[in-house]
Design a binder for this molecule. Structure first.
Ligand code: ATP
Ligand code: MG
Length: 793
């Protein structure tokens, strides 16, 4: 009977799907499917779930499957429903964050959280940190909020609480102390950040034997897609849940659950976020998995695949595998050299129009870029040409200011002690609550160790009456919506909070009003999708049936959804639109035609990574991911000049273009090919000033690093590696001619950034610049005529 499921697979895929989940001793047997892009890993994983269920080896509630994005989770459920007559709604299929949220909701008490706990996204987290520093009167120049945010996330991703950190110096000791204070603040306010979702549920499983045993017995099959991008904590979580951590429950080490991991080391692109491809090697050692390699690619035509294979062969650290296709060579990969970013955008429009008129659907066309900032000009061109498009991973719907304001009110209905939400809207729209009153309530809350909301009632005078009004407004909205449906509640809140009126009176507020109305639609869609009935007030999380499971209100579920959702709601659903996204967001997806734009040195590969070998190899993997998204047609473009962050930059074409097989390429602009290495170009750095680079770093730092589409400054890497990589990297730039007071490799000190080491030198005289890898602040370019840089030793 199950042969039906296997009919659409090749023999290796079939073997992978049907690997025995139990060994000859009757113990759980794990598996690792290591295979290149487009070889059917996701298809195999989905079919494996269907096969396990169909053959009666597990029931749908005994499966836990981890995907990389919410979108992928939804797709997997749709595919499963098509394969088997089962209801996938209650199944535990989701991202690590989504699954941990679900676990914590079910066991909030044991996890030490209020039932109404709210999730802080990265922006909320940053404002919570700023508030903390202000309250503690900490100098935020010395302890920048962003840096503390990174410090906390990084520690949590390694599973470390503040007390467990080894602190080397006073600075780190202070950071650890602030981390602890931050955790205490979150606890008081009943909020958790993204990394906390994982760490808290890890600790829950670790310390609560009854819950751990329950889930170990329940989830006999754990399946993970995109395994190469798991971080240390996720790996530890997996070991714990599958009984592979040598805990007393299972001293034999065989584990209680069979883990089925699929991954591709060549597509590991989240090292900057703590992901560690080393986990694949650890997994081999610790889980003793059966291994299957898949080498047949079903996605891309030959030239595209050759291009990808050729490029990735330049990386040194690979587990090694090949890809072949039966699809034939197909079309050559097209390369376009544009004089400017505007010209690039104009060319894109023409090509898209031609593709569409040849019958290709717009959703089958993807425009990929390395950095979010590149999308603006492309969006503008698409807009002007009236071509519908959709941006993934840009400013997400739920991250827009007006939406966050509305959500803050809704969160206060759920949990009035959420100080982040309180602070966000206490005087928005303005209701005459001044900075003095806010300070007064903050002081009172600190003194009494309570939330801002509770502290309001202790104030008198002007502050007391102004804040009392706000508290009454929130209480009134809560009371009035008690018996409402979710969309009614949302509507009531955006009306009565004054948000709609506020934006209606703003000159350019129309968009924001429409977005607020869209939030009501999002609530309606959420109710329909999640299957809440008419009497929704007491609905449980769908499919929930664990011990101690709590009833979660639709509002609470919707708020979690808003924090975790990867922003699919921003365009009119179902419209045939061109797809715009960063390469990071494109992981796992495929399109008939793909454009990879902005292939320029400093942009792709990104300048933060090019002087460091690991960084460069990760950029190359990113390029590999980009190329392998294409099924039939691939375009690569670069421009000679580009306006980025308010400055014109003149960039050299990306070194990656040089690494592609010439037989598979077709240059649409032949002259550009010669211009590339023939000289005459002013070099990749001539348009970048120190301020330019510095601003850019600040901007990339401010991006949301939990959003798969975003990027941020790479954490400082080991200095030792920099020297050799820098030499090979510099081969295309003009050699430094200036008389520098510094040399590469020299230790230096900067009044603001502290200690560092020079990793590169460029430019001349007044224009001379040094790239320095600072111990605490990472890599920065400094203009030597301005920067206060002193040689050490
Ligand atoms: P990535 O590494 O990019 O995540 P993947 O290895 O997960 O890729 P899939 O997305 O599962 O690959 O498959 C790539 C494409 O090939 C999909 O369109 C899939 O439906 C198709 N495919 C996979 N296996 C087969 C097969 N045996 N026959 C026909 N098509 C297949
Ligand atoms: Mg996949």
């Amino acid at each position: 009977m199950y042969t039906d499921l296997l009919a659409n697979l090749n023999p290796e895929q079939g073997e992978a799907v049907t690997l025995p989940p139990v060994n000859e001793h009757g113990q759980a047997q794990s598996a690792l499917i290591l295979a290149g892009a487009g070889s059917g890993k996701t298809r195999v994983l989905t079919t494996r779930i269907a096969w396990l269920i169909q053959t009666g080896q597990v029931s749908p509630i005994g499966v836990l499957a981890v995907t990389f994005t919410n979108k992928a989770a939804k797709e997997m459920m749709v595919r499963l429903s098509a394969m088997l007559p089962i209801n996938t709604r209650g199944m535990w299929i989701g991202t690590f964050h989504g699954l941990c949220n679900r676990l914590l909701r079910a066991h909030h008490k044991e996890a030490g959280l209020p039932s109404t706990f709210q999730i802080l996204d990265t922006q909320d987290q940053l404002s919570a940190i700023k508030r903390l520093l202000k309250g503690l009167k900490v100098d935020d120049e010395k302890y920048p909020p962003k840096q503390l945010q990174y410090f906390i996330a990084h520690a949590k991703e390694r599973g470390q609480r503040a007390r467990e950190l080894a602190v080397g110096d006073d600075f780190q000791a202070k950071m650890a102390q602030l981390y602890e204070a931050y955790d205490a603040q979150c606890q008081r306010e009943g909020v958790v950040d993204f990394a906390e979702l994982l760490l808290r549920s890890y600790e829950l499983l670790k310390h609560n034997e009854a819950i751990r045993t329950h889930y170990q017995e329940r989830f006999r099959h754990i399946l993970i897609d995109e395994f190469q991008d798991t971080n240390a904590l996720q790996y530890a979580w997996l070991k714990l849940l599958s009984g592979h951590d040598g805990s007393p429950v299972n001293v034999s080490g065989a584990g209680t659950s069979a883990v089925f991991a699929v991954g591709d080391d060549d597509q590991s692109i989240y090292a900057f976020r703590g992901a560690d491809v080393e986990n694949m090697r650890l997994y081999e050692k610790q889980f003793h998995p059966l291994m299957v390699k898949l080498e047949q690619n079903y996605r891309s035509h030959g030239h595209i695949l050759d291009t990808a294979n050729h490029l990735i062969a330049n990386n040194s650290e690979r587990l090694g595998k090949n890809l072949r296709t039966d699809a034939g060579h197909g079309e050559l990969v097209r390369i376009y050299d544009a004089p400017s970013d505007h010209a690039e955008a104009a060319w894109l429009i023409e090509e898209i129009k031609a593709l569409v008129s040849s019958g290709i659907k717009r959703t089958e066309i993807a425009l990929l870029y390395r950095s979010n900032a590149q999308s603006r000009i492309i969006e503008h061109a698409l807009f002007s040409a009236a071509i519908p498009y959709r941006v993934y991973g840009g400013l997400r719907f739920f991250e827009r200011a007006e939406i966050k304001h509305a959500l803050a009110y809704l969160r206060l209905l759920e949990n009035p002690n959420d100080d982040t939400s309180f602070s966000r809207v206490v005087n928005f729209p303005t209701r005459g609550i001044g900075a003095r009153s806010i300070e007064a309530v903050q002081d009172a809350a600190r003194a009494q160790q309570c939330s801002l909301y509770l502290a309001c009632s202790t104030l008198d005078g002007k502050a007391g009456s102004a804040l009392g009004g706000f508290v009454r407004l929130v209480d009134h909205m809560r009371e009035a919506t008690r018996h409402n449906t979710l969309p009614e509640t949302v509507e009531f809140v955006i009306q009565h909070s004054g948000l709609i009126q506020h934006y209606l009176s703003e000159r350019e507020g129309q968009d924001r009003v429409e977005n607020l109305q869209e939030l009501i639609n999002a609530a309606t869609a959420f109710i329909a999708e999640e299957g809440y009935g008419q009497d929704a007030a007491a609905a449980m999380l769908p499919g929930e049936n664990s011990p101690g499971a709590v009833e979660v209100s639709p509002l609470a579920a919707f708020l979690s959804h808003a924090s975790l959702e990867a922003g699919d709601n921003q365009a009119q659903a179902g419209q045939d639109a061109v797809q715009l996204m960063t390469v990071h967001s494109a992981k796992g997806l495929e399109f008939t035609s793909v454009f990879i734009t902005g292939l320029e040195e400093g942009l792709f590969p990104h300048e933060n990574s090019i002087n460091e070998l690991n960084g460069l190899e990760e950029e190359r993997r990113l390029m590999y991911v980009a190329i392998t998204r294409a099924k039939e047609r691939l375009y690569l473009s670069h421009t000679q000049s580009r306006m980025l962050h308010g400055q014109v930059r003149y960039n050299m074409p990306s070194r990656f273009l040089e690494e592609l097989p010439t037989d598979s390429l077709k240059w649409l602009t032949p002259k550009a090919k010669d211009a590339r290495w023939g000289g005459g170009n002013s070099g990749r750095s001539s348009g970048s000033t120190w301020q330019d680079v510095y601003t850019r770093q600040r901007e990339s730092e401010s991006n949301d690093f939990f959003d798969s589409g975003s990027e941020r400054e790479r954490p400082a890497k080991q200095l030792g590696r920099v020297g050799s990589a820098a030499t090979s990297v510099r081969r295309m730039a003009s050699p430094p001619r200036g008389n520098y007071p510094f040399t590469i490799g020299q230790n230096v000190f900067h009044t603001k950034f502290g200690e560092g080491r020079v990793t590169s030198l460029e430019g001349n005289d007044a224009d001379a610049r040094a790239q320095v890898n600072f111990k605490r602040h990472g890599v920065k370019w400094l203009q030597l005529s301005i920067a206060k840089l002193a040689a050490v030793d």
